[in-house]
Design a protein around this ligand. Structure first.
Ligand code: GH3
Ligand code: MG
Ligand code: MG
Length: 424
């Protein structure tokens, strides 16, 4: 088209010149011949303008599409950035959690925050599977009032939960709160359902451990949040995987450090923790007391009433010990019927009538142990107590402290039992 615009007028002008040169008189008259060339030039100009206009329109559409794609990419980038940040802080919070209870709180609060929407903050709680009772028990909630629940546990045989156990997949139910078969109603007391009118949708997210559904995160949320969970399943599955790994290791850690019979810490854990406690006391310039406790004539109890009744006595004494000390103290089953209690920051001595060791001895002495369903048995304990003084003992480690406490326990036994012996 551009070439035509140049060539046509040139041809017209060349003809004009030729006519002028051949015959200057009639030449101008003959120049009408150039008119078609000029007309064609005009048509060509108009065509070009039309083409330009169409091109501009196409360009505009293309630009709008490009803007839309850029906006979409930016929106997705923003979502991915938010998800990346959420995943990072989730991992950090999980790693900082010391036990299963803390982990569960981190899990519910993370899922709850992620599913808030401008139309309403979601409410979230966690159920754990009790495979013996075959129920899901309420464990922890975020922004959630547990008194709104119909019950504290839900049968794993109920259809809704059964489908989660079988499929092991995330399920969402969009708003049907006031409909005939609302799934929100499954969890809630009927009179409290109206409190959830803003949050008609439900999401159930299974936590899987060793290929079993260990727990379910239940989220009451706005429809838009439930749709988001559906659309972003891979992200939520990533969160679930993180949570499951953390829970798995917390449970194993817990199992590995707890004595099954007495539910106190076991000897391995005691050794590890005692080193941490001695370091802590060195840093804080504090003393620390170690109590070695042994049940008196325990063999007789076993021999007279049987091993099972002996176990019951062991459990009861373990409970008395953990009830008598602070949460920060360390109670462990050291051997068969021997316990060790570590009291950071405390210097137990014979002058103190209310020493913890003495309080324990008196409490056990005054406790009635029900044997074989009815017989009340009296049980006593003996204890040896040593103090790790600061700074004198700042190099003294766990083994030596245990030896010192054990020596004092031996003395208590020799002195007739049912007594406490302290450092000289
Ligand atoms: P002493 O007053 O000198 O401590 O006498 P004792 O009979 O308590 O001590 P001994 O060491 O002779 O016996 C301890 C008994 O504890 C022997 C063992 O069968 C019992 N025992 C150890 N572990 C368990 C347990 O897990 N359950 C039960 N029922 N008995 C246990
Ligand atoms: Mg004993
Ligand atoms: Mg013993």
């Amino acid at each position: 088209m551009n070439k035509l615009l140049i060539i046509l007028p040139i041809i017209g002008i060349v003809f004009l010149i030729i006519f002028w040169v051949i015959d200057p008189l009639t030449g101008p008259g003959l120049s009408v011949i150039t008119i078609p060339f000029m007309a064609l030039t005009l048509v060509a100009i108009m065509e070009r303008k039309k083409g330009e206009k169409e091109l501009a329109e196409k360009l505009k559409i293309f630009q709008a599409e490009k803007d839309e794609i850029i906006k979409d990419v930016q929106r997705k980038e923003k979502i991915h950035e938010e998800q990346y940040q959420a995943l990072r802080s989730f991992s950090r919070d999980l790693a900082a959690s010391l036990n299963k209870e803390q982990l569960m709180r981190v899990i519910v609060s993370t899922f709850s925050k992620l599913t808030h929407s401008p139309s309403g903050d979601s409410q979230c709680f966690l159920l754990s599977h009790d495979d013996l009772a075959h129920v899901f028990k309420y464990e922890a909630g975020d922004n959630f009032d547990s008194t709104t629940l119909k019950a504290s546990s839900f049968s794993a045989e109920d259809d809704l939960l059964k489908t989660i156990i079988k499929s092991k997949k995330i399920r969402t139910f969009l708003s049907d709160i006031f409909g005939g078969d609302s799934n929100i109603g499954y969890f809630l007391k009927e009179e409290r359902i109206t409190c959830f009118s803003q949050l008609g949708s439900l999401a159930l997210i299974p936590l899987i451990l060793e290929n079993e559904v260990w727990g379910i995160v239940v989220i009451f949320c706005h429809e838009s949040a439930a749709a988001r969970i559906n659309n972003e399943q891979s992200f939520y599955l990533l969160l679930v995987a993180q949570a499951s790994i953390a829970l798995g290791s917390a449970i194993h850690r817990g199992l590995a450090s707890i004595d099954r019979l007495t539910q106190l810490y076991n000897r391995t854990f005691l050794q590890k923790r005692m080193n941490e406690e001695t370091e802590f006391c060195n840093r804080q310039l504090l003393p620390l007391s170690v109590l070695m406790i042994d049940i008196d004539h325990f063999k007789e109890i076993n021999d007279t009433y049987g091993h099972q009744e002996g176990d019951m006595v062991l459990k009861k004494i373990a409970r008395i010990i953990s009830n008598c000390v602070r949460l920060t103290d360390l109670c462990a089953r050291y051997g068969g019927e021997e316990f060790v209690v570590v009291l950071p920051g405390i210097a137990e001595n014979s002058d103190d009538k209310f020493s913890i060791a003495e309080r324990l001895r008196v409490t056990v002495e005054n406790t009635d142990f029900i044997i074989l369903g009815e017989k009340r048995l009296k049980v006593t304990i003996s204890a040896g107590v040593t103090i790790r003084k600061y700074p004198e003992d700042k190099e003294t480690g766990m083994e030596e402290l245990i030896i010192r406490a054990d020596r004092l326990l031996y003395k208590a036994k020799n002195d007739g039992r049912n007594c406490v012996r302290y450092d000289a």
